[in-house]
Design a protein around this ligand. Structure first.
Ligand code: C5P
Length: 416
């Protein structure tokens, strides 16, 4: 269990689809976080995974029926007591029943009594996902306040491929964690907004096998993509070197290696973005010479590495906007990873950087001593060009992402 979590009551509903076996990974995610997990399968789900598996994994009864344990009134109590309901997989039939308010099994009855966040992770064939009836049911569930994830694209049952795959259990778990930390973290306020996000570190080659790199994991940039997609945005993620990240469903990924490649991708795509978030740790310098073949040991000390300065992509975006190459409305967000030194603390350096970069928002992180790089949690400050400074409390990187997106939304509202 991480520093920010306490034991909560999580209901995992399982619909009757082939992806029901992946619900076991979702259950594990929440039990391993120390939560009290109650699994409610539909009757159809038990055709795919046995009740004993769900009971063993959760340590609780896992019946689909309202008429088991009647003295406990489970059809009311389980929903009333829940802090989070996650449905994985959410089949077309289950979402149709939930959208129309049916209560013909324990899971749908629970959905009617739950007052906590409800997260649907759909899985079905592409035709079913794209059918107007399913689209309408998804819209109804969202209008009722539920979060319906975008399914992943890829291999479905048999040889079919397309949108409709269950999002990765890790992704479902991370969004569930976010809703436990902040139930209103995912409003649908970025519908249709095009967001370009950079993430991870760049690698600047010395020769074909060696490079200068940094310790960025990409987790904060991926968390921004994860939260932005669920808020309705259309997200492109330009990803440098990353580690320990899962890819959010519905996000377009453009992989890059060097700062120069990242600059090329950002420049090409920024003109059609409403928001650009530079979360990547871009190398400030690169070796002047990139050896064609591996630099050999020859008994003598190697030549010193001579470095040259990389272009500042973030500053370039601000300049391009001022020159009219981007629209005035484009929101530009920068990050500042600071350690503090004799000239000032982390926040002092952040304030100076905001002015120097000229972006609309700057997220300031304290780094070093195991903070921020590679961790799952983050904390810092959010500075705006209009002079506001907000402390971002310690929490998951997805929580931090949700607060950054709130600020992006606010800047967009103010500009209109
Ligand atoms: O100057 P510093 O590297 O601390 O600035 C960090 C911010 O600037 C981050 O948003 C980073 O993505 C961006 N940056 C950039 N191009 C560089 C260096 C940093 O866009 N060459």
């Amino acid at each position: 269990m991480n520093a920010t979590s306490t034991r909560r009551r999580v209901v995992v509903g399982v619909g009757g689809g082939i992806a029901a076996y992946k619900a076991c990974g979702v259950i594990r995610h929440f039990t391993e976080s120390g939560h009290d997990v109650r699994v409610i399968p539909t009757r159809a789900a038990l055709n795919f995974v046995g009740q004993a598996t769900f009971e063993a994994l959760s340590g609780n009864p896992a019946t689909p029926e309202v008429f088991d344990d009647v003295p406990d009134v489970p059809h009311v109590r389980v929903g009333q007591g829940a802090d989070l309901v996650v449905i994985a997989p959410a089949t077309a039939d289950l979402m149709a029943r939930a959208a129309t308010g049916r209560a013909d099994d324990l899971l749908t009855a629970t959905l009617l009594t739950a007052r906590c966040p409800v997260l649907f992770a759909p899985a079905m064939h592409t035709e079913m996902w794209e059918h107007p009836a399913t689209r309408a049911n998804v819209a109804t569930l969202r209008a009722h306040g539920s979060i319906v994830m975008t399914p992943a694209s890829g291999r479905l049952t048999g040889t079919d491929t397309g949108p409709g795959r269950l999002p990765e259990p890790d992704e479902i778990g991370l969004l569930g964690d976010l809703l436990l930390e902040r139930p209103d973290a995912l409003p649908r306020d970025l519908e249709g907004v095009r967001i370009l996000i950079t993430a991870g570190g760049t690698r600047e080659p010395l020769d074909p096998v060696r490079y200068l790199g940094n310790r960025s994991s990409g987790k904060q940039g991926f968390a921004l993509a994860r939260a932005a997609v669920q808020r309705g945005a259309s997200v492109t993620l330009i990803a440098g070197s990353v580690s320990g990240v899962s890819v959010p469903a519905g996000v377009e990924i453009a992989p890059v290696v060097t700062a120069a490649e990242m600059e090329q991708e950002v420049t090409r795509r920024a003109a059609v973005a409403d928001v650009v978030i530079m979360a990547a740790a871009v190398a400030d310098f690169r070796p002047v010479v990139r050896a064609e073949s591996k630099i050999k040991k020859n008994g003598a000390d190697p030549d010193p590495i001579v470095l040259t300065t990389n272009p500042d992509i973030l500053h370039g975006l601000v300049t391009a906007r001022a020159a009219g190459d981007l629209t005035d409305e484009t929101v530009i967000v920068g990050f500042a990873a600071e350690t503090g030194d004799a000239d000032g603390g982390v926040l002092d350096h952040g304030r100076i950087k905001l002015v120097r970069k000229g972006c609309d928002l700057l997220v300031v992180n304290a780094v070093g001593d195991g903070r921020a790089f590679g961790t799952d949690d983050n904390t810092g400050w959010l500075l705006t060009a209009t002079g506001t400074e907000t402390a971002l409390p310690m929490g998951s990187k997805t929580l931090m992402a949700s607060r950054i997106l709130d600020a992006v939304s606010e800047v967009r509202r103010d500009r209109r």
